[in-house]
Design a protein around this ligand. Sequence first.
Ligand code: MLC
Ligand code: AMP
Length: 511
Amino acid sequence: MTQENLFCALRAAFPDDVDAVAIETADTPDTLYYTWRDLERGTAMLANLIDSLALPPESRIAVQTEKSVEALMLYLAVLRAGHIYLPLNTAYQAGEVEYFIGNAEPAVVVCTEKNVRWVSDLAARLGTPYVFTLEDDRSGSLLDAAAPHSDRHTPALRAADDLAAILYTSGTTGRSKGAMLTHGNLLSNAQVLKDVWGWQPGDVLLHALPIFHVHGLFVASHGALLNGSRMIWFSRFDPRAVAARLPEATVFMGVPTLYVRLLAEPGFTKDTCRSMRLFISGSAPLLIETFREFRQRTGHTILERYGMSETAMLTSNPYRPEDQRRGGTVGPALPGVSLRVRDDRGQSLPTGDIGGIEVRGPNVFKGYWRMPEKTAAEFTADGWFMTGDVGHLSADGYVTIVGRSKDLIISGGYNVYPAEIESVINDMPGVAESAVVGVPHADFGEAVVAIVVAKPGMALDAAAMTARLKAQIANFKVPKRLFIVSELPRNTMGKVQKNLLRDAHRALFAA
Ligand code: MLC
Ligand code: AMP
């Protein structure tokens, strides 16, 4: 068997000058400099710690920590040790984390000190033997436990088809599904992006995205690592601070909200962008207004691309020539990715006709963790993955996404499934039923709004319900507005007409 561990491919790209800076922190109290040697040694020590636990092969290691360089090293160490990385959004609350631990049955959970009590209780109850903590100031039991271990480690032998990560994505119905991504999925995608985005010597990535989703963890981090490029590392996105450091960077990646916020920052100018080679946007639709305003302000044309947890990146506008980056489109399929648009009956549609986007390629995931029937339901009989996105193709292969067949809201780049929020609301005392919709939002792209009907004779209090939701679900899922109404609009079949609700609340946050 040949070594196809993704970690080895990333490490092979580290520069010969191992004492050069690989990552420089931008918002820690003191600037921290991590060399390539530090990444090699730190991941070796963490991988040796993981090895010392003698876990069964392909154990899941679930991680819910703040963003830090050590958290990135932990991801790399899990790859290195040959286990499966399971990142969790820091916004997830106990009830949400309980589901992930119950479903994935990780052997190790790494969490913050703040949460360690309830996480340990959950772990004990659900059979996870090891709990460690990791803080964003280089403290915590994980690093203490790793400290005595050797800084040399031989990476575990992995095949391209072996699992590297599980990313949970919510389902239209029911609970979240864990998308299983292999070493081969991730490496093939990273290699294609290195090529098509023209990564070059001297590139510096300004990294300001969270590292628990595809965009920040894979697209951004793999991109820099596979090019041996330095990263300027922000633990959170602050437009003013980011604008101040952009002159040192050449590549930036963001969800559309980050671009909206940069444009609102007076200190963000053409001069700020003087060293920049490439601005990339994805995870949610970039408004044409943002695309145009950005070009006008900076002279740079944002390159929009499209992807998802199950597939990593699928399409990209071209790097060159820059004037072929078309606003409002996500560009043609990446090399090696096949993409087609079909109607409800499975007929391929001609250029310009709107239908479901289906894809195939080495980047497409292996299936949902322990859910073969759900996996089968999302592939066509001839093996294409149905993305749930709706769009059309131009004559020269550019994809335009016009909507989604899945009932999904994307707010600031985070996915919110109305069915999940409705079910939490419906479980509250006095609630007869509810409908959750997404409406336009000037900053987040879309905002979550809930419309709730009380049981006969019951009175509901919107503020109290919102407070309750805040204690139960991740903050980005909490409806920005909650309305109590006497009934929901229905069609003759009795189905709730969400389009009418969206129309009624369209202007709430559009300004
Ligand atoms: C924060 N809030 C949000 C939110 N983020 N509400 C809706 N949607 C969001 N995305 C809430 C906070 O809880 C708070 O509520 C209030 O909004 C204001 O918070 P803030 O301080 O403005 O938020 P901030 O910390 O600045 O975060 C905003 C953000 C962040 C845009 C920087 O959401 C973010 O980093 N988004 C990127 C997501 C991402 O990486 N997606 C990639 C997925 S991968 P309150 O009530 O507490 O005041 C993928 C595949 C692909 O999709 O193709 O890439
Ligand atoms: P996730 O499940 O978090 O990986 O989100 C994937 C979804 O984000 C896709 O199915 C799309 O609906 C959406 N998405 C990603 N990139 C874009 C984009 N550039 N334009 C529009 N939607 C996008």
